[in-house]
Ligand binder design. Structure first.
Ligand SMILES: [Zn+2]
Length: 275
């Protein structure tokens, strides 16, 4: 059995502020340790349920180089660094039996929600076939495209609700109650890890009852960008067109996998400043 654990950072217990998630900020090292410990709790839970499972961990925040490799459970294999074709889901393939999303956050525009955004602050919204999808929705769709279920998500209560709308039968663990974009009532990290370990074991044990979420192609995708320079860059990509005179660009994708790759590219382009 193969399990992929994708670990983001904004939805980890105790984390509420960019100073705890950004490599150049003063509390980042504490954030990394909290993130690594939650990953370990989930790995332990997966292996409680399936001792023979092969567990892959995808570092899925920012640089994709946050988890402290030397502190990660040695029974897991870690995917670090970027760019990579499957982004936050690196390690996923058609032989994967279940995916768990840990430390995730709500989509851009959702709120109140701790550190809510979609890929970058440059992205105001992503709509796939008319439906607004954040990182939770895009990753659930990409996993479902390979006919694999997402069996667990952890994050704040708003992220958990966003996930349950997509996958009602899966397990959620709210490790903090949202107060605002940079404020929450947090469960103690040790308490959060105990809950995560039990929930991960539970989610793996009943994975057969969680259906993969599928979206049939072709798909019309719209992306709202923060600034006009970003729109200029995005429309250099063949097939990406400006919608009206505003900040929205659109493209057609043959399937979810193509949409997922192109959204990742637009996020990268949106980070480029005028030369
Ligand atoms: Zn993140």
């Amino acid at each position: 059995m193969k399990v992929l654990v994708s670990v983001d950072m904004e939805g980890v217990s105790g984390i509420v502020h960019p100073a705890e998630t950004s490599p150049d900020r003063y509390d980042y090292e504490r954030g990394r340790a909290l993130m690594t410990a939650e990953a370990n709790a989930v790995i332990a839970g997966v292996l409680d349920a399936e001792p023979e499972a092969v567990v892959w961990v995808a570092d899925a925040h920012g640089t994709f180089r946050n988890i402290l490799p030397e502190d990660l459970d040695r029974r897991a294999r870690l995917v670090r660094g970027r760019p990579r074709p499957l982004g936050m889901l690196a390690g996923l393939d058609e032989h994967t039996d279940a995916v768990l999303l840990v430390g995730y956050h709500a989509r851009a525009g959702a709120g109140p929600a701790v550190l809510a955004h979609t890929m970058s602050d440059a992205i105001l919204d992503v709509r796939v076939a008319g439906r607004s999808l954040g990182e939770i929705g895009l990753n659930v769709a990409m996993v479902g495209h390979l006919d694999v279920p997402v069996v667990l998500l952890s994050g704040d209560d708003t992220a958990c609700a966003e996930f349950r709308e997509l996958v009602p039968s899966a397990v959620t663990v709210a490790v903090k109650q949202t107060v605002g974009q940079a404020a929450a009532v947090a469960v103690h990290p040790e308490e959060a890890r105990e809950r995560l370990r039990l929930a991960a074991a539970d989610a793996i044990a009943r994975r057969a009852s969680v259906p993969p979420v599928t979206m049939a192609g072709p798909l019309h995708v719209e992306v709202d960008l923060y600034g006009p320079y970003m729109v200029d860059l995005a429309t250099l990509v063949p097939g990406v067109t400006r919608v009206g005179g505003g900040r929205t660009v659109a493209f057609h994708a043959v399937d979810v996998a193509e949409a997922y790759r192109l959204v990742q590219l637009l996020v990268q382009l949106a980070s480029i400043k005028p030369a």
